[in-house]
Design a protein around this ligand. Sequence first.
Ligand SMILES: [Fe+2]
Ligand SMILES: [Fe+2]
Length: 177
Amino acid sequence: MQARAPLMIEHRLIERMIEIIKRMLHKVEIEKSVDPLLVDKTIDFIRIYADKTHHGKEENILFRALEKKDLSEKDQVLMEELISEHILGRETTKKLVEANDRYRNGNKSALSEIISNLGFLIDFYPTHIEKEDKVFFPSARKYFSEEEDQAMLEEFWEFDRQMIHEKYRSVIETFEA
Ligand SMILES: [Fe+2]
Ligand SMILES: [Fe+2]
């Protein structure tokens, strides 16, 4: 298995979540209301799976390994673009969390912000994913030997192994706070 395989498999699950968000958004627009708990679950998926677990591996392992390579101008530009998209995704999720909290506390006008941030996510992810699957990952693969690629795959597995512990440590810390 190549190192990029788990990343691409993760993309498929993120795409399924995007479809769920699309259906949710459609319903929210018709009903002019949202269940904040559903938004919480969406946020949990985006934060823990799409961002920490998935973008985490891309940034901390793949991109970091590529920084040691002599990237072509085109690949360098694309990698920087992907990094700034991750940041934008994080900022959007943060805005979504804040809007959802305001909505839960009775501020019904926060609904439009929930809608626009969810809308941003369903536009953002498919394009970002396609760029990685079709352009960046195949290009990036050329900088690594077979051995380096396999070592990266091992690092990915190790990263994933830590994740469940990190997730539930943060749950406990939230309760304790
Ligand atoms: Fe990414
Ligand atoms: Fe990705």
